[in-house]
Structures are given as C-alpha cells and as structure tokens.
Design a binder for this molecule. Structure first.
Ligand code: PXL
Length: 282
C-alpha cells in the first residue's frame, strides 16, 4: 500500500478539539492523510468561549518546523492561528526556505484573526506581515469576509461585492483566494467563491453554495474547511476540485454534527461540535 500524503498544520491548539490543530488533524485523517502539527499557541476554550491563550516561543515553533521538515516528506502545508508577529515572521522564513527547495508545494493560508466567540487570536500588529510576506507565499488563502476586509483595508464586502473583493485580493496578494461568504447577512445559503490568480473572466470564477444548516452553533468551520482543502491539494487535486470536495466535507460535518446535553452549562444546556468523521468510520 502506498504511504499516505503528509499534511502539516501550523496552528493553535484548541483544547475542545472543534477548531485549531485538533480539527485539522481530524480532517487530515478523514481524508486519509498523515497529519503533522506545529503548535503556535495553546487556547483554553469551548465552542463560543475562549478563556485564555498563550503563544509558544518563536524558538520552539521553529524547532517544531525544522524537526518535522527534516523528518517527513511534506505534501501540503496549512497555516491557522499564528498568534503574534514574531511567530508569523518565523512561519514566513520557514515557508520561504521550503519554497526555494520545493516550488510546487501547496500552502493554504487561513488568515485566522478572530474566533467565532469574538476573541482576537492574532495580535493586530501581525496583520501587515500577512499582507507583505505570508499571503504572497500562499497557493490559496481562505479568508472569511471580515478577514478579507481587514487584509484589504476595505469595508465588509456585501453579496454584490464578492467578485470584486475576491479579484482584488487575488491580484494584490498574488495567490488564489476562496472568499467564504458564510456570514453574509440575510442569506439562506452559505456561498463561497474561488478566484484563481491571473484569471480575468467571470466564467473563471468557481462558486460553491449550500443551504445554510440551521442550529449548528459551534466553531472550527473555517479551520476544517481549510484543512480539507489542504488534504485535497496534498493528494494532488487541482485547487478547484479540492475546493469543491472541501465544501462537501464541511457540509457533511455540519449536517452530522454532535450534540451533548450539559446539565449545568450557561450556554442553554447544549454543546455542539462538528463531526469530522461523518463519512469515514473505522
Ligand atoms: O476558528 C478559528 C480558530 C483557529 N484556531 C484556534 C482556535 C480557533 C477558534 O476558536 O481556537 C486554535
């Protein structure tokens, strides 16, 4: 049997396992990849509530990255929560060196800034490093609308501005972009848009839409989507095919989400989590 593709996530640890490195690892596994994690920060949280986080030292992150690079043949890389400017700079340095050696290695940049609970997961001063150094290293970036607005320094795009925002993003940062419109107001659908770099025609855009799945109030959808995209690219799919497969996978994880009743919780007594293994049970 051929060995599985190896996917590396550079991300924060979510102790509740719905988002961050844990979500990425489960997603990689569901796709049949072997997942590696380089941890940037430890986040103390449950869905909807971040109670604390601390980042690792830049030296410890670099040590994880260099050790993994020396030990495994990497098929694809994803970045998630990078926490501080110092850690973003270390990741850029790592990716720049790797790119020089492996020019075609797919890199997915999920520009995680704010958790669904509203808590900041990226120090504000790091945003300019995303613009100047990290995004140009991306094969595909996966911002939600708020992240795209912050990176483009423009107002939140509405439904009619998705195409122009995606095009501007792709041109400005020289990467493919998947703009995630899941939070568009008054929308019955969760609509995402892929724009490949250098493509001018409307016909070259790829849309993926699915009716919004009500009542799944949890976190980690962005991480899970980007990890699925990474796993697809890691096994050699085109960006378009990996995008559509990632959308299907996330939709399944939402449709088959887990629910537990918590007797004394403040959040209405129910906790919800994505089901990362909805279509692949051992
Ligand atoms: O969903 C964004 C996200 C990314 N990474 C980590 C997180 C979260 C959200 O809570 O905890 C580690």
């Amino acid at each position: 049997m051929a060995p599985p593709p190896v996917c590396l996530t550079i991300a924060g640890s979510d102790c509740s396992s719905g988002a961050g490195a844990q979500a990425d690892l489960k997603t990689f596994s569901a796709f049949g990849s072997y997942g590696l994690t380089a941890i940037t920060a430890v986040v103390s949280e449950i869905p909807g509530l971040v109670t604390a986080w601390e980042s690792v030292s830049p030296a410890l992150l670099t040590s994880q990255l260099d050790t993994l690079k020396g030990g495994f043949p990497l098929s694809a890389i994803k970045t998630g929560m990078l926490a501080t400017p110092e850690l973003v700079a270390r990741v850029c340095q790592f990716l720049e060196e790797l790119r020089a050696q492996f020019p075609l290695l797919p890199v997915v940049v999920d520009p995680v800034m704010i958790a669904s609970s509203g808590d900041r997961l990226l120090v504000e001063e790091a945003v300019s490093l995303y613009r100047e150094r990290l995004l140009p290293l991306a094969t595909v970036a996966t911002p939600n609308l708020a992240e795209a607005a912050a990176l483009l320094e423009c107002p939140l795009p509405g439904r009619d501005e998705l195409v122009s925002a995606a095009r501007t993003f792709s041109r400005k940062f020289h990467c493919a972009v998947i703009l995630k419109g899941g939070h568009l107001p008054q929308s019955e659908d969760a609509t995402d848009l892929l724009h490949l770099p250098g493509e001018e025609e409307l016909d070259d855009l790829v849309w993926a839409s699915h009716p919004r799945i009500p009542g799944v109030d949890t976190h980690g959808t962005g991480c899970t989507f980007a990890a699925a995209l990474t796993a697809g690219l890691g096994r050699g799919s085109s960006v378009e095919d990996a995008f559509l497969a990632a959308k299907r996978y996330l939709t399944g994880a939402l449709e088959h989400s887990h629910r537990w009743q918590i007797p004394d919780s403040s959040g209405g007594g129910t906790i919800v989590a994505l089901n990362h293994f909805h279509s692949r049970l051992v």
